[in-house]
Structure formats: structure tokens, C-alpha cells
Design a protein around this ligand. Structure first.
Ligand code: FEO
Length: 398
């Protein structure tokens, strides 16, 4: 028998835990995913968000431990994406008289495009409120964090912010609250979530964080996102972490990403990494044969330097590097502080590394050194030269 978890008197978590999920749109979820939904037992029985359709049965079972689902009067849909709206048809079949509250116009349009217009919908905007009894829910639209329709819902009576994707983490756990899990792990997961989901919309996320801070920390007992654990004892910490994420600030840190066929590009990557370390700049190497782009992006979120290396394969960069660069370019807004360095070996044409350099240029990164290429195998003299060029990049971008 599945159970509901009480957040506050008459407020419950009734979501689903997807222990086996290992990917979300190309983002590796090694620790699974949760789809959080919340039930508020007031004069109007209210459900905040639903769950992915794979977890409809879990959602309904958990709700049923508290109330007959047919009694639901209000369904707040903070976000159209199907990991949160996928169980709306099932809930509306059980509770056909419920009204769906969603952001206007994007939420209304999105839900109707997914599920038809037969349901009772009510569009809301920032500043709109809904009295459900003792409680009044306030809606704040947070467009493009990370879809046009996103909004958050604040319950002042319980001092709970239902933040949907914001402040979420892809992390499955049997413990629902932050203080019941390892905080360092949660912060890494929150950073990975931001880096891989929200990062392209930094300015919009910054406005959303300011709106949340405007509620006042003293009025935020809980931040209850739609993924992962609920922030209870570390609300200030996650807000501070988001301040850093949305700032777009980068630190003196280098991420060296490469793939290699016969270890020549690998030797170049190691030489570059070592040059950063010798200059006192933390650096880390990622081999695309074993490291996933979504984990690299977590590290790159606050890194100033991206060094990317590929040899030439059939007149192209290696497909692993093309995959990484496509993913990275989609996530990273142009950031004048970021610095790129492309490199790689080749047999008869340096097209692979040169194409890497073109992508870094298109990303808007500073490129103080032109792409470093090496015909066949680098010797020690060439590796020394690479290190000198890396030091020159550091010096030029201090
Ligand atoms: Fe968790 Fe944008 O959906």
C-alpha cells in the first residue's frame, strides 16, 4: 500500500517515485526521478500538479489514502510538460467537476493542445489568487523557467511555495525532505538540474528567484518542487545556490573535454589540463567515451574555460564531440566571460579540430588562441608548446 506524506496539517505529498528512470531528454538521471504532486485538504480539495502517466496509479493510490479522488475540486497545473500534467486525464475522469487552474495564456493553450478543451479550465496570471477555504493560493507566472507556461503557487497559510521545476532535482528517494537526505548530494543534484534544464533561461530564472525572495524567507517554511526532495531545513541554502546559478558568474576553473582514437588528442588534453593546474586554476578532464555531456555541463555551469578536443574522423570531428557540442550549445547562453580553446590531432586534414573551434566561436566564447592542431602524434616539444599556449590563454583572459 502506497502512502501519502504529510507536509503540514492537511497538506500531503502524493506523487510518484521513478526509481528506474535513467534519462530525461538526454540528461542522465542515475539516481532516478520523482514526480511530485501535492494534495491540500481544505473546503475545496485541491491537487497541485499530477504525475507522469507512468505513475498515475501511484498518484491515485496515494490520494485515495486521504480522500476519495472524486472529491477533488481544484487541480492547479503549474506546468504543461507531461511529467507533471500526464495524469490530468485520469484525475479529470475521476473528478469530472474539478476546475483546472493554469497560467494564461500559455498554460491554457498548452493543456488544451495536449488534452483537449473539454475540461473546465481557468486561466490565471501573476497576482491572481484563489480562495480554497482557510487558504488562499497565489499564482506567480515564471515564464521560460523553463517553458512559456510555467508558474508557481504560493500557499501563505502553510508558508509553502509549490515551485514546480524550479528548485527541483532529479533524485529518487524514499525520504521526502532535505534534512532526511544527504545535503551535499542534493545540492549537486540541484546544480545538475539547473545546468541541464534551466540554464538557457538564466535571465528569466533570475526574475523568478527575485519573486520568490520577495515572499520573504520568514514566509517560506517549505519549498515544494515538482521533482526530488522538499526543501524544509535548507530553504535559505537552496535560494543562495540559485542566486549563484542565475548570476551567470563563472569562476577560474577549466573543463577539458575530448575524445581520441589513438591517444594523440588525449595527450594534448592532458597537457592542457596540467597547464591550468600549474597556474593554480582547478581543471578536470572529461573523456567523452566515458563521461556523459549532462555531467560535464554540471561542472561547466560555473567554469570560465572550456577546452574541447577532437581528432579528424572522415573529415569530421568525432561524433561524441559533435553530440557534446550540440548539447552544450543549446544549454549555454552567450557569456562574454567564457573562454574556449579547441585542439586535436589529425592524419591528413585538421577538419575535426577546426570544426570544434568554429562551434566554440559560434557559442560566443573568447578564443585568444587559434585552434591547436597536430599532424599525427605530438612529441614532448609539441606538448610543451601546447602548455605555453594554454598559459598564454590564461594570461590573455585574466
Ligand atoms: Fe519537470 Fe518541465 O517538467
Amino acid at each position: 500500500m502506497l502512502t501519502a506524506t504529510q507536509l503540514k496539517p492537511d497538506v500531503y505529498w502524493v506523487g510518484g517515485v521513478d526509481w528506474n528512470a535513467r534519462s530525461f531528454h538526454g540528461y542522465t538521471t542515475e539516481d532516478g526521478i520523482t514526480y511530485n504532486a501535492y494534495l491540500i485538504m481544505d473546503e475545496k480539495v485541491t491537487l497541485v500538479d499530477t504525475a507522469k502517466c507512468t505513475h498515475t496509479a501511484d498518484l491515485v493510490e496515494r490520494i485515495s489514502t486521504i480522500v476519495d479522488p472524486s472529491k477533488i475540486d481544484v487541480l492547479v497545473s503549474n506546468h504543461v510538460e507531461m511529467d507533471h500534467s500526464g495524469s490530468i486525464p485520469a484525475i479529470m475522469e475521476l473528478a469530472p467537476n474539478a476546475t483546472i487552474y493554469t497560467s494564461a495564456p500559455a498554460g491554457l493553450n498548452g493543456l488544451k493542445a495536449h488534452y483537449g478543451d473539454a475540461y473546465s479550465y481557468q486561466g490565471v496570471k501573476t497576482g491572481d489568487t484563489l480562495c480554497i477555504g482557510k487558504r488562499t493560493l497565489a499564482f506567480v507566472q515564471t515564464p521560460m523557467v523553463h517553458w512559456p507556461d510555467n508558474m508557481v503557487t504560493y500557499d501563505a497559510y502553510d508558508k509553502i511555495l509549490f515551485s514546480n521545476d524550479a528548485f527541483g532535482q532529479h533524485f529518487a528517494s524514499s525520504a521526502r525532505f532535505d534534512d532526511e537526505n544527504d545535503l551535499n548530494e542534493l545540492m549537486i543534484q540541484a546544480k545538475k538540474y539547473y545546468a541541464n534544464i534551466v540554464q538557457p533561461y538564466g535571465p528569466q530564472a533570475k526574475r523568478a528567484v527575485e519573486a520568490v525572495k520577495g515572499i520573504g524567507i520568514e514566509n517560506l517554511d517549505l519549498i515544494a518542487p515538482a521533482h526530488g526532495i522538499i526543501w524544509r531545513s535548507n530553504v535559505a541554502d537552496v535560494l543562495a545556490a540559485y542566486d549563484g546559478f542565475v548570476s551567470g558568474e563563472v569562476a577560474d576553473k577549466a573543463v577539458v573535454v575530448y575524445d581520441s582514437m589513438w591517444h594523440s588528442t588525449e595527450k594534448m588534453a592532458k597537457a592542457i589540463c596540467e597547464a591550468f593546474v600549474e597556474e593554480g586554476i582547478p581543471a578536470r578532464i572529461y573523456d567523452l567515451k566515458v563521461d556523459h555531456p549532462s555531467n560535464i555541463m554540471t561542472d561547466f555551469l560555473d567554469a570560465k574555460y572550456l577546452c574541447a578536443g577532437s581528432p579528424t574522423l572522415n573529415s569530421q570531428m568525432l561524433p561524441t564531440m559533435a553530440n557534446f557540442l550540440t548539447y552544450m550549445r543549446g544549454l549555454s547562453p552567450k557569456n562574454a566571460q567564457r573562454v574556449g580553446l579547441a585542439f586535436g590531432s589529425y592524419g591528413w586534414a585538421p577538419l575535426g579540430p577546426n570544426n570544434v573551434g568554429k562551434v566554440l566561436e559560434e557559442c560566443g566564447f573568447q578564443l585568444p588562441e587559434k585552434t591547436i592542431t597536430r599532424n599525427w602524434v605530438p612529441d614532448q616539444a609539441f606538448l610543451d608548446e601546447i602548455q605555453a599556449k594554454t598559459r598564454a590563454v590564461i594570461e590573455a583572459t585574466k
